[in-house]
Design a binder for this molecule. Structure first.
Ligand SMILES: Cc1cc2nc3c(=O)[nH]c(=O)nc-3n(C[C@H](O)[C@H](O)[C@H](O)COP(=O)(O)OP(=O)(O)OC[C@H]3O[C@@H](n4cnc5c(N)ncnc54)[C@H](O)[C@@H]3O)c2cc1C
Length: 411
């Protein structure tokens, strides 16, 4: 009687999910938690996401999906619905602001390696929203993990809800709770690395930037020692990421004055509409260990890097897929957790160190270098572009195929 009334009154509302005991509890409904859930459910694991926020955020964060990530989303049956919500970007460009030089890499050349030889330019919230719509009874909003204890059989997790603390029991806890991960803090894991002194300012605009630059791609990295920037296209908007003065207060960075200065410098036009203005600090950090018994760190909870190259969210999704595969083997095939979970930690931590951290540091060093330092790097990249073999190897690396191969080889 009650449920019939409820469905008549609110036929379109998603099922209100409840926190409860389960095989795998995933803390955090960002892209990493969402993909972990989809991969575990695909294999029939009783998994649940608990998300601290009352609504999934729709802010402007990562917006590039690399080809291997698209393959993963395809295997999970998510890509068909995500693809039309983004833009296919086969070409990415490195530009030099002072000289106007352009180096364009075309992923179409990898069509023999992947069915998706392009980046998909698509906001990350479209993925999290899609996963929630697929599994409405498996994403519990408004539940923050506040504490947990683990023993030989499982993990007891305490969740803060709107009116009470709830306690649930799970066999494994996946910490996909983002950069400020409370779970990582409780584990007392070192999060070694550094924070860049400067701030990053992201502005989004419906202004057609492609009309101001000849041959602009959907993904463009523009070098300049004082004013490097990135221009990325998503379906309805351009996103402009610029480096900002660390000493300038946030209120000043978000003011119209700053926006006008940025666009005046970029396209000689200050009166430009913006839809989002975001400031954020960028870190290069990696947790000293990803696996902690039955508690596993993934995504931003485990590692952070600068956004140059679009590797942060993608590498987090690769963590989620790697970990889900091992949890499925443990829960469904009786594999040994003491063997597989440390392997997850070794595989993903090592590629984070050797590839993601290294590559993003190098990308930033190049884009911001002074002319004398940038010239040899840029010339080397031009030689790479001109040589079919080197160009292919470079694109396979940037597109993250190489890091997945490297991880798979680690035992
Ligand atoms: C402002 C900003 C701009 C960015 N721009 C870019 C970009 O341009 N390119 C790029 O590659 N990357 C970018 N990033 C990084 C990218 O967004 C992240 O790498 C990606 O979101 C990582 O996904 P995640 O699921 O690990 O963490 P998140 O997306 O942070 O998700 C974590 C989720 O966990 C929830 N949560 C937190 N604590 C708890 C708890 N205790 N219990 C339950 N739930 C909890 C949070 O509410 C959140 O929904 C940006 C990040 C920020 C902050």
């Amino acid at each position: 009687m009650t449920s019939a009334c409820a469905s008549v009154l609110s036929p379109d509302l998603p099922v209100e999910a409840r926190a409860r005991d389960c095989e795998v509890l995933v803390a955090g409904g960002g892209p990493v938690g969402a993909v972990a859930l989809a991969a575990l459910r695909e294999a029939g694991v009783d998994a649940l996401v608990v998300e601290a926020a009352p609504q999934l955020p729709e802010d402007l964060r990562a917006s590039t999906f690399h080809p291997p990530t698209l393959e993963m989303l395809d295997r999970l049956g998510l890509l068909a619905e995500l693809l039309p919500q983004g833009l296919k970007a086969p070409v990415y460009q490195y530009r030099v602001r002072a000289t106007g030089e352009v180096l364009a890499f075309d992923l179409s050349e990898l069509a023999d390696v992947t069915p998706f030889p392009f980046r998909l330019q698509c906001e990350q919230w479209k993925l999290t929203r899609l996963v929630r719509s697929r599994f409405p009874d498996r994403v519990v909003m408004n539940r923050r993990v506040v504490h947990f204890t683990q023993d030989r059989e499982g993990v007891t997790v305490h969740l803060e809800g709107p009116t009470a603390i709830e306690t649930v029991r799970t066999r494994f806890l996946v910490a996909a709770d983002g950069a400020n991960s409370l779970i990582r803090k409780w584990l007392d894991v070192h999060f070694d690395g550094f924070t860049y002194p400067e701030k990053f300012l992201t502005l989004s605009t419906p202004e057609p930037l492609e009309q101001h630059f000849e041959g602009l791609a959907y993904v463009n990295y523009v070098s300049d020692p004082r004013w490097w920037h990135v221009m990325l296209r998503v379906p309805e908007l351009w996103r402009v990421l610029v480096v900002a003065d660390e000493d300038m207060p946030d209120s000043e960075l978000l003011a119209d004055r700053t926006k006008e200065r940025v666009f005046d410098r970029l396209i000689g036009k200050a009166d430009v509409e913006t839809r989002h203005r975001t400031i954020y600090r960028v870190h290069q950090r990696v947790a000293t260990r990803f696996d902690h018994g039955r508690v596993l760190l993934a995504g931003d909870a485990a590692h952070l890097n600068n956004p140059l190259g679009g590797l942060g969210m993608n590498s987090g999704i690769h963590d989620a897929m790697n970990l889900a595969e091992k949890l499925v083997a443990i829960l469904k095939e009786g594999a040994d957790p003491e063997e597989l979970l440390p392997r997850y930690g070794r595989q993903r931590r090592q590629v984070t160190q050797t590839f993601i951290q290294e590559q993003t540091r190098r990308n930033k060093a190049m884009i911001e270098a002074e002319e004398e330092a940038r010239r040899p790097v840029f010339d080397e990249m031009a030689r790479t572009l001109a040589d079919p073999e080197k160009r292919r190897a470079y694109m396979l690396r940037q597109a993250m195929f190489a890091s997945l191969e490297e991880a798979a080889a680690i035992v």
